[in-house]
Design a protein around this ligand. Structure first.
Ligand code: SF4
Length: 345
């Protein structure tokens, strides 16, 4: 079975919409904000809606799994800037929880969802549960993608009870010999136990969270697809298939898939705001792995205004570039494979 070249996650979006509706996290005002962001994108206005409808926050870019496509054996994050050798590496750090809470609080009436990870493993962030609870009490949906290896009864219960809406768990092999082709550090038997435990706790806590198993399809793991299908069915989990990283990145273990040059415009600039761990407000999530990308500004907790940054001069100038010259106007966009404000693949 060939995975879709680009997964649109249609069923997932429908399911999340109804779950969020049922839990009161969708209001007319939020839908209006989505509509204006989308209209601004279609009409290529320099000004978007009052707030982004997606807040993407890099809480901490550290990770325990060391996936081959993401970072080297010493944990250095791969820099997608081709000038990387000259401009330096990707630095690491944690976002203060007060900064994340401040951003969420300011956008709470208009934004729809807070994505609480970008490049790192969110379960490493000790305040994740507090942050999910803060977002829930502010009326925002919350989303994480995790390798799942660090789940335990405490942190799983904490985020489920805090009202998390969506947990995506990466799984690319059902047995250690296959799983560890892509994941440097991780025990797949422990991971499967963790996933069963999270599924059990979801029932016990009556959580509405959608749990999706993210099967990344490569040639080397296709034969295990029937096993993962059965596993998801037994544990009442959603399953989605997507292709592996087209750039390869598996250190010669897989032939890279061809990449494309996309001529389409990009809606990130009109719909989603990315904040890096150090407060740098970036044009999109690609910016956290592109060193030296000029931020719109650096967020200062207590003084910065999300709405002012979102429609400030730097944001408008970037939208103007995209609207008039497309992806070729910026080096980071020229190489970008993203289509829409969803998962990359
Ligand atoms: S094209 Fe890619 S790099 Fe450019 S703004 Fe969109 S998501 Fe970011």
């Amino acid at each position: 079975m060939n995975p879709p070249k680009h997964n649109h996650y249609i069923f997932l979006k429908i399911k999340l919409f109804f779950a969020a509706w049922a839990s009161g996290k969708i209001t007319v005002r939020k839908l209006w904000n989505v509509f204006i962001c989308s209209l601004a994108y279609v009409c290529k206005w320099q000004k978007s809606a009052a707030f982004p409808f997606i807040l993407s926050l890099e809480l901490w870019n550290e990770c325990n799994a060391g996936c081959l496509f993401c970072r080297d054996g010493k944990g250095h994050i791969y820099n997608i800037n081709p000038e990387a050798a000259a401009v330096g590496s990707i630095s690491k750090g944690k976002m203060p929880v007060e900064m994340a809470k401040d951003i969420i609080s300011q956008a709470k009436d208009d934004a729809l969802v807070a994505v609480l990870y970008t490049n790192g493993e969110p379960l490493l962030y000790k305040d994740l549960g507090r942050l999910v609870a803060h977002a829930t009490s502010s009326g925002l949906m919350t989303v994480i993608a995790t390798n799942g290896l660090l789940f335990n009864e405490h942190n799983a219960r904490e985020i489920l009870e805090a009202g998390i809406d969506f947990i995506k768990i990466q799984l690319g092999g059902f047995t250690p010999d296959v799983y560890n082709v892509q994941i440097r550090y991780g025990d797949v038997e422990k991971l499967k136990e963790n996933i069963r435990m999270v599924a059990r706790l979801r029932r016990a806590t009556k959580s509405h969270a959608v749990i999706l198993i993210d099967w990344i399809t490569y040639h080397y793991n296709r034969h295990q697809i029937p096993l993962i299908r059965r596993f998801c069915k037994e544990n009442d989990l959603m399953l989605s298939f997507r292709q592996g990283n087209p750039r390869g990145g598996l250190e010669g273990k897989e032939t890279p898939l061809p990449t494309e040059t996309l001529n389409m415009s990009c809606d990130w600039l009109w719909k989603a705001m990315q904040v890096n761990f150090n407060g740098d407000v970036l044009q999109c999530c690609e910016g956290v792995i592109w060193s030296q990308l000029k931020p719109y500004t650096t967020y200062q907790t207590g003084t910065s205004k999300v709405g002012d940054i979102w429609n400030g001069p730097q944001a408008r100038a970037t939208r103007r570039l995209m609207a008039t010259q497309g992806r070729s106007s910026m080096p980071i966009c020229r190489q970008c494979q993203r289509r829409g404000v969803c998962f990359k693949w």
